[in-house]
Ligand binder design. Structure first.
Ligand code: AVI
Length: 328
């Protein structure tokens, strides 16, 4: 795999500055919050891998099943001889490989471009993508939209963007529409998007998935405090925080919080600021929005796409939905 763009040292220091500002802004709010964007350092990515392999977290294995079942149908709906498959987020490459293989099986040529802000994540993914004829792989170190913009200038081939794994669920409804609109803007008429949505379902099943019995989700959330300690010189004591994953029926989303078990103060050197936490004052970390078929179809229409096909598992837990860009 070649790497088309590398993050410069300059970008790394910009990232740290943005991290510092986001933490300062989030912890200064009346309702304290931190952004999920910072979950995925090396340990966070490792813990997320563990979550995705855990029996309680049904999302990943269900989507894998869907892609295994639907790959050939997907390839038959997109009939181009040569296609660019662009993945937003490198993941471990297993799910994307199912999609790629479906095209290769029909003797199509595939140019695969995983885009990820982390060069490390791309390198790890590279280890899982086996060398195949008719397949070229070029990792792009960039944020999603920046990477797409770069590719739009570089290649005029038909594109299929993969945004799998219910990543869209980590945006709230307004953010997700704005993100999809921007994505639409960076694609050409008739390009495709295959997007994974977790469906609304029994709350107990959701609760188990976001409070797994091995405590990986708890550690995944608490890891953000470690990251602040390490990268911004904070003195959070993880032992003094409790992880809570709850379903908010009004929003239709799982939400995760850290609750301070007692009143405490936390100093963050880089921010030169002391933050006060009341006992059990919620610190909001993550939304994982769940969708109905109607929510998905409405979102598709509002953001300039037309629905081509829903690929769904037999228990109706998850949908990979194929959309096509409409521009006039
Ligand atoms: C990455 N994202 C789709 C996961 C989710 O289900 O919202 C992140 C996650 N958070 C806790 N468990 C998994």
């Amino acid at each position: 795999m070649s790497i088309l763009r590398e993050v410069s040292e300059n970008q790394e220091s910009e990232f740290l500055e943005e991290f510092a500002i986001d933490v300062l802004t989030g912890l200064s709010k009346t309702e304290k919050k931190l952004s999920t964007k910072y979950f995925y350092d090396d340990r966070g990515s490792d813990l997320f891998q563990k979550i995705t392999q855990h029996g309680d977290y049904y999302l990943t294995r269900t989507e894998f099943e869907i892609l295994l079942q639907s790959g050939s149908k997907l390839a038959s709906l997109i009939s181009h001889e040569e296609i660019d498959i662009i993945e937003l987020g490198a993941g471990d490459g297993h799910k994307s490989e199912l999609v790629i293989d479906a095209f290769l099986k029909e003797d199509r040529k595939v140019n695969y471009f995983p885009i990820d802000i982390s060069a490390q994540a791309l390198k790890q993914m590279q280890a899982h993508i086996t060398h195949k004829s008719n397949l070229s792989v070029h990792g792009i170190v960039a944020d999603y939209l920046e990477g797409l913009k770069f590719l739009k200038q570089k290649s005029k081939r038909r594109k299929l963007v993969l945004f799998l794994g219910s990543n869209i669920g980590n945006f709230d409804r307004a953010q997700s529409e704005s993100f999809l609109r921007q994505l639409w803007k960076h694609l050409d008429n008739d390009d495709y998007l295959l997007i994974g949505f977790d469906l609304k379902k029994d709350v107990e099943k959701l609760h188990a998935a976001y409070n797994d019995s091995s405590g990986y989700t708890r550690d995944f959330n608490l890891n953000l405090l470690d990251r602040i300690n390490r990268e911004l010189g904070g003195n959070f004591n993880k032992e003094k925080f409790q992880h809570v994953g709850v379903f908010n029926p009004k929003l239709g989303a799982m939400e995760s919080y850290l609750l301070p078990k007692e009143k405490q103060e936390v100093y963050i050197e880089e921010l030169e600021h002391l933050f006060e936490f009341e006992a059990y004052e919620p610190l909001h970390l993550e939304y994982s929005f769940k969708y109905s078929k109607e929510d998905i179809e409405r979102t598709c229409q509002h953001t300039g796409f037309k629905l081509k096909e829903h690929f769904i598992d037999k228990e109706e837990l998850f949908i990979d939905s194929l959309w096509q860009v409409v521009k006039r």
